[in-house]
Design a binder for this molecule. Sequence first.
Ligand SMILES: *Cc1c(COP(=O)(O)O)cnc(C)c1O
Length: 223
Amino acid sequence: MKSPKEIISEIKQTLPPDIKLVAVSKFHPASMIEDAYAGGQRLFGENHVQELQQKHEVLPKDIEWHFIGHLQTNKVKYIAEYVHLIHAVDTHKLLVEINKQAEKHNRVIDCLLQLHVAQEETKFGFAPQELLDYVEQGEWRALKNVRLCGLMCMASNVDDKKQIASEFEQANTIFNKLKSEYFNNEDCFAIRSWGMSDDYPIAIEYGSNMIRVGSKIFGPRVY
Ligand SMILES: *Cc1c(COP(=O)(O)O)cnc(C)c1O
């Protein structure tokens, strides 16, 4: 069986140079992260606060921890000191809380707005029009300790590649619209976080520059 380090190296050889790979290590032990780390991987993604806390404590401090899943407002405080990028901001209330906790640590936390493009009703995120309205309305501008750096989305969990492609295409169109209308002078607004183990090649065709890959690297998760 190939190690995480070997698989990451294989994936990276197929990626265009400007694409960042977040290794999604949720539900996998720190020892597997150490293997990937030894191969040079520094970006890791987690989606449970408690698990992230435990791993952050024992693993090297130059790891960039990405919080990729739904984040509850009352848990922001536990990760605010060190989290590198919060991928799934889905309400203004959450952004306000991230701002507040970032201020306590005298830092600015980079965030992505989560766009809901999938068919599933249960997924979190702003609907396309909701997202455009939110950015237009501009309440976020008052929050000085968060920085909006782009969008994140998940495609429907289906086999239909055309369906997946059309969802990523929609995300890319919305990203480009926001970029040109509101963030043209903000170099930091540049991240398009879409694509996971099964769909990242399609995501890259449709503008992704940050993929979040878990099971392909670390194997199936045992929940
Ligand atoms: C778990 C997860 C991933 C990785 O999924 P894989 O299919 O294992 O690559 C990516 N993004 C989010 C938001 C996740 O929760």
